[in-house]
Ligand binder design. Structure first.
Ligand SMILES: Cc1cc2nc3c(=O)[nH]c(=O)nc-3n(C[C@H](O)[C@H](O)[C@H](O)COP(=O)(O)OP(=O)(O)OC[C@H]3O[C@@H](n4cnc5c(N)ncnc54)[C@H](O)[C@@H]3O)c2cc1C
Ligand SMILES: NC(=O)c1ccc[n+]([C@@H]2O[C@H](COP(=O)([O-])OP(=O)(O)OC[C@H]3O[C@@H](n4cnc5c(N)ncnc54)[C@H](OP(=O)(O)O)[C@@H]3O)[C@@H](O)[C@H]2O)c1
Length: 245
């Protein structure tokens, strides 16, 4: 049984039109970076509830979520209207297997996200466990440059930590120097590896995928050409994932 609590919105940040982070006054039970809680709103007799990854890491006290307003989305159309000081429902227990504990012992970690799928990777990057990797490559695909939530934080990490490469991929506008098109195209062409200065092979790498299910399916197909396959606890592989939509 999930443990529900009423939480107050401590902070609301708008990254782009309809792309919002909320910081919540929520008594989270111990969790692992990468896990998700449920957020809900009571609408009449019904509680509308959906899962959201935690953006905060284990030792950051307040829960933070990132979401985008989906047109006619039952929850997000309402969540987007809430302001600082207002209340919502949320679970205090977090769940999910997209966590660093589950990643085999390899030197290089690749975090590949579309849209709001960047959230759990922010949590992991701020978690002590991410220190075990020699290299971490973060690839974030969005339609527009303005939708690169947490860009400053990621560029800051890249600046201070030689192990980290942050590589945005923008699909629907021209940019000044970022990768353009889809993540899949840039993986297939070798552009991603060139920019990361790192080979993506099955021997030394693990890939985490989060966000759009089509991206997750298509990236797996690209990686299959490199003999990389889905990781299972009892059948170790190279790819772990969390599908949002
Ligand atoms: C394990 C898990 C973790 C998730 N974590 C997050 C998260 O951290 N942030 C987040 O924004 N969403 C996350 N989602 C999706 C989230 O739970 C909701 O589905 C989403 O916010 C839309 O809610 P809604 O009620 O407005 O519309 P829904 O009725 O849930 O969905 C309506 C339609 O919107 C589309 N959609 C759903 N999610 C998204 C999205 N994120 N971006 C664009 N289109 C979408 C789909 O086409 C879907 O059919 C997660 C989903 C799962 C399964
Ligand atoms: N700023 C925001 O993020 C925002 C704000 C408010 C509302 N919304 C709404 O949320 C919905 C979707 O949001 P979104 O744009 O964040 O998510 P999305 O549709 O999942 O797209 C995010 C990125 O994933 C790429 N992608 C999609 N399918 C792919 C595949 N098979 N392989 C590789 N890459 C793939 C997209 O490329 P393509 O462009 O080529 O498809 C895009 O660059 C829309 O209804 C939007 O209006 C978004």
């Amino acid at each position: 049984m999930a443990n529900w609590q009423t939480a107050t919105i401590l902070n609301r940040k708008v990254w782009d039109d309809g792309l919002i982070s909320l910081t919540l006054d929520l008594e989270l039970e111990p969790f692992k970076a990468g896990q998700f809680i449920k957020v809900g709103l009571q609408v009449g007799d019904e509680r509308i509830e959906r899962p959201y990854s935690l953006v905060n890491s284990e030792d950051q006290p307040n829960a933070e979520i990132l979401f985008n307003e989906v047109e006619d989305g039952p929850l997000t159309s309402r969540l987007a209207q809430l302001d600082k000081g207002e209340q919502l429902l949320a679970t205090t227990d977090a769940h999910g297997f997209l966590v660093l504990d589950e990643v085999p012992d390899v030197p290089n970690l690749w975090m590949i996200a579309t849209g709001t799928g960047i959230g759990p990777f922010i949590s992991m990057l701020n978690s002590a466990q991410s220190q075990r990797f020699e290299r971490i490559v973060i690839i974030h695909g969005t339609t527009h440059e303005n939708s690169l939530a947490y860009r400053n934080q990621l560029e800051g990490l890249e600046h201070i930590d030689q192990r980290i490469s942050y590589l945005p991929v923008i699909s629907r506008e021209k940019t000044d120097g970022l990768m353009e098109g889809r993540i899949t195209e840039n993986l297939s062409s070798g552009e991603v590896e060139k920019r990361a200065n790192l080979e993506l092979n099955a021997e030394q790498n693990h890939v985490l995928l989060c966000g759009n299910i089509d991206m997750i399916r298509d990236v797996q197909a690209v990686l299959a050409e490199r003999d990389m396959k889905k990781h299972k606890r009892f059948e170790p592989g190279h790819i772990s994932m969390e599908k949002y939509h």
